[in-house]
Structures are given as structure tokens and as C-alpha cells.
Design a protein around this ligand. Structure first.
Ligand code: ZN
Length: 487
């Protein structure tokens, strides 16, 4: 299903329906450990969507939640809270765990050039909203209380609506295949899911409620927080494909049961990242964190990969395709990114001819077509490689470009490579500010060239001398200049 294209083609109607704002909600991380490649993929995929919607003139309210309570081990209704467990093992407050890993998550996202969302609500900061939602669900008759906990009555809901509408499952199969687990005696049916859980004596994270001292069920937070910040109906809900069932299926059931309508107009799910064809998992020993990638510290890595190389690697596959990690694929990404950045850096130094020689405008419109085709980033990259080929031919003297061509090429890279795909040169220095830094040095050296042309030797010498004293090596070349930092 081509969700974005539908959305884009209906732009006029879409804007008329929701003039002020596009609401975008993406399920964020449960912060009890370092982010890994599987966290980078939704963050980067929906970052590109966020950037593109803004580029197209939409106002976007992008909400990406932080799960800091209620997500139990094995994504189940019974067991220890993932954060509570880490807090117990580390002898820390649960919120110390949350803050520690959230800070590290933000650092990794900054390095990956993922823009911060408009709102980043915490589940633990919205327990009141979640309790109100449970009360609404009880009133609607689709929830029941049992021994201090509250469960969603899936069978009753399915009699009036369709549980399984998103995942394509049907309730008969689910009822047949359900395992009966400890503690499920409280439930009318093993497929019912928890809305509120009474805390066992050893459970650390707990809040008072009308039913018991306890904590909200994992699926509840997204329904409560999306409603609070985006309203009862909003435009796009995203997340990883592993969340389709049960998490998003439960979100649909909760909103239909509490408000009578589906809250989400378009669902978008990114596919998974595999490692040598296998699913990532702690037990498989192939759980590579982003930090490992950036520092090359995991045994499966033959080298470190910069954040920008990692971003490129993710964008060279369509977000709905599976993506398999291998060192070879990452090394190819590193080369591909460098090839594009080098072409981008050469544009200003290209010799100019008077004639218009290349149809860059059609490359640009093909890039827009690819973005409109459900964010087809690999196709956008292939067009940018075509632009790089044109630039390299001109560098090699095989082809000439007009001033207009050069400006069009610059514009093409500025929009698609830098602004929308969010790629830049920072992989060379490992910090996201490198691009601005590099532009400032270029600007000074361009001023020096102007000074030389005007025979203003004092200014030209001063710029060269001072930059050298800051550690830059500057070389005059036939077409201008080259520079690098010598330390
Ligand atoms: Zn969610």
C-alpha cells in the first residue's frame, strides 16, 4: 500500500481537511538499555517523513513517546518491568535508569542527525490520563476489573468491531493458539490484555488508582498520549513492524472502544534489520548498539562506522524492506556517502561554460517523484549518484556545465542530500556541526581569493596566516583552494 503517495496526491483535500497541522505519532524506545540499530531505523525513517512533510509546507506536530513504565519483560502482561528490573540490578531509582539511557539515546540521535520531535512525552508523566482512559473503557463495557487489575475484553470488542483489522489476524485463530500462562486466571480469555495491573509487593514502579496500587498496561500510553497531544483523530502513526501486533492492534481497539472511532488515518511501519539474515537479539549475541557501531567495539564489526555512514546504510534500503547488516554493506555505504559528498564539494570549483548542457531539472523532479512514492529513499540516492556522475565528468573535463547547471546541482544536493535525507560531512569529524564549520572555512578562503584578485595582499596573507595558526593546511590549486585540518 502506497500510503504516502495517497497522502500526497490528496494534498489539496488533505490540507482542506486539516488546515493547520499534520499530526504524526511514532512509538519511541523503552529506555532501559543503549539504543541499537533496530532503534535507529524507525528514528531515521520517520525523521525523513518529518523533514519531507515540513519541506512540502505542512506544519507538523511530531510526537515520539518515551516508554518508561509498564513495558514488561517479553512484552507480556506478567513479569518484571524492564526498567524496574534494570533499576533493581543496578541498585538505582527507575528514573535514574530512564534518565541515563534517555541522555544516551538523545546523543546517538543527534549524531545520526535525527531532528528532535515536537513533543517527547513520557508514559510515567501521563499516568492520570491513562487512568481516565481505563475508566472510559470500563464505562464503555469493553473492559473489566479482576483482582485489582483491569483487562480489555477482546472477545466482546470483536463481537461489535474487528480485532485484527491492522494485522490481518482473526480472533478464532488467536483463541485457538493462545497459551495459558501463570497469572492468567484473572482474565476471562487468554487474549485479553492488561489496561491496569495491580503491583505485586516487589514491583517498584507503582501509582494509586481506583482499582489498586499498580501501573498501566504497555499499550495504553500511546492511546492516551496521542489523544492528548494530537486529538481523537490524527494523520499518521508510525513504528516498527514488530509493533503491528499486538501493540498497535491494541491501540486501535482502545481508541475505538473509548471514543467510538479509529484515531489513526494512516499507519506506516518500517521493516526490521537483520544481522547476517538473523533477527537481532541479546540472546543471539548479535545485539550491536549504536555506540558499538560508532566506535567499532563489537566483535561482529571489522571497523567503526560513522553515524552518517549508518544513516546512509539505513536510507539506501526502502523503509518497508528488510535490511541485512554486514560489514561489506556498511563499507559500501561509507564509499557511497563519500562519493556523494565529494561531488557536492566539487560543484563550486567546476569550470563554467556558457551553454546549458544537462537536464538537471528532470533529475530534481524524479527525486520528488521518488519521495512521493512512499519515501523511496534508495531511488532518490540513485538519482543523486547520477548527478554525482555528471559532476565527476565535468571535473574530469569530459563535459561542461553552465552556471545555471551548477546552481541546479547545488540546489539538488542541498534539498535532497542535506535537508531531506539529512546526510552531511560530519562522518569525517564525528560531529554534526562539521558542515557549518566547513562552510565557514570555505567562506574565509573565498574571501581570501577575492582579496588576491583585488591585489589586497595584506588581507589575503592575514587569512592564510591565521587559519594556519589554527591548524589548517591550505593549498592553492588551479581552480581555487583545498584545505584540511592538520591535527
Ligand atoms: Zn506505542
Amino acid at each position: 500500500m502506497n500510503i504516502y503517495n495517497t497522502l500526497h496526491r490528496k494534498k489539496e483535500k488533505f490540507q482542506a481537511l486539516h488546515p493547520p497541522l499534520v499530526g504524526l505519532y511514532v512509538c519511541g524506545p523503552t529506555v532501559y538499555g543503549d539504543a541499537h540499530l533496530g532503534h535507529a531505523r524507525p528514528a531515521i525513517s520517520f525523521d525523513v517523513l518529518f523533514r519531507y512533510l515540513k519541506h512540502q509546507g505542512y506544519k507538523v506536530r511530531y510526537v515520539r513517546n518515551i516508554t518508561d513504565v509498564g513495558h514488561l519483560e517479553n512484552d507480556a502482561d506478567e513479569g518484571e518491568d524492564k526498567i524496574g528490573k534494570k533499576a533493581r540490578l543496578e541498585e538505582l531509582e527507575p528514573m535514574e535508569i530512564v534518565q541515563f539511557y534517555l541522555n544516551r539515546y538523545h546523543q546517538a540521535m543527534d549524531l545520526l542527525n535525527v531532528l528532535p520531535p515536537s513533543i517527547e512525552p513520557h508514559a510515567s508523566g501521563h499516568v492520570i490520563e491513562q487512568i481516565v482512559l481505563v475508566e472510559d473503557l470500563l464505562k464503555s463495557g469493553y473492559a473489566y476489573e479482576s483482582a485489582g487489575s483491569v483487562y480489555f475484553d477482546v472477545e466482546k470488542y470483536n463481537a461489535d468491531h474487528h480485532y485484527g483489522i491492522l494485522s490481518g489476524r482473526n480472533i478464532e485463530d488467536m483463541l485457538g493458539s493462545g497459551r495459558s500462562l501463570d497469572g492468567q486466571a484473572e482474565k476471562r480469555n487468554n487474549i485479553d490484555f492488561a489496561l491496569w495491573k495491580k503491583a505485586s509487593p516487589e514491583h517498584i514502579m507503582r501509582w494509586p488508582s481506583p482499582w489498586s496500587e499498580g501501573f498501566p498496561g504497555w499499550h495504553l500510553e500511546c492511546t492516551a498520549m496521542s489523544k492528548k497531544y494530537l486529538g481523537e483523530c490524527f494523520d499518521i502513526h508510525g513504528g516498527g513492524m514488530d509493533l503491528v501486533f499486538p501493540h498497535h492492534e491494541c491501540e486501535i481497539a482502545q481508541s475505538v472502544a473509548s471514543t467510538g472511532k479509529e484515531s489513526v488515518r494512516y499507519w506506516m511501519h518500517n521493516n526490521m534489520i537483520t544481522i547476517n539474515g538473523q533477527k537481532m537479539g541479546k540472546s543471539l549475541g548479535n545485539f550491536i548498539t549504536l555506540q558499538d557501531f560508532f566506535e567499532g567495539t563489537h566483535e561482529l564489526l571489522t571497523q567503526a562506522y560513522s553515524p552518517m555512514c549508518t544513516r546512509f546504510f539505513i536510507l539506501q534500503a526502502h523503509y518497508r524492506s528488510t535490511l541485512d547488516f554486514s560489514n561489506e554493506a556498511l563499507q559500501a555505504s561509507e564509499k557511497g556517502l563519500e562519493r556523494l559528498m565529494e561531488a557536492y564539494r566539487s560543484i563550486d570549483k567546476l569550470p563554467t561554460s556558457l551553454e546549458q548542457t544537462q537536464d538537471i531539472a528532470s533529475l530534481k523532479s524524479k527525486c520528488y517523484d521518488a519521495m512521493d512514492d512512499d519515501l523511496n529513499t534508495p531511488i532518490v540516492l540513485s538519482h543523486l549518484f547520477e548527478a554525482a556522475r555528471i559532476i565527476n565528468s565535468s571535473v574530469a573535463g569530459q563535459m561542461q556545465l553552465s552556471q545555471e547547471n551548477k546552481e541546479e546541482l547545488k540546489d539538488l544536493f542541498d534539498i535532497f542530500l542535506l535537508e531531506l535525507l539529512g546526510l552531511n560531512d560530519s562522518h569525517k569529524r564525528g560531529d554534526a556541526s562539521y558542515e557549518s564549520f566547513s562552510k565557514a572555512v570555505d567562506m574565509l578562503l573565498n574571501m581570501r581569493m577575492e582579496a588576491k584578485e583585488n591585489k589586497d595582499w595584506a588581507t589575503s596573507d592575514k587569512i592564510r596566516k591565521e587559519l594556519t595558526s589554527f591548524g589548517f593546511e591550505i593549498k592553492d590549486s588551479k581552480d581555487g583552494f583545498e584545505w584540511k585540518l592538520s591535527k
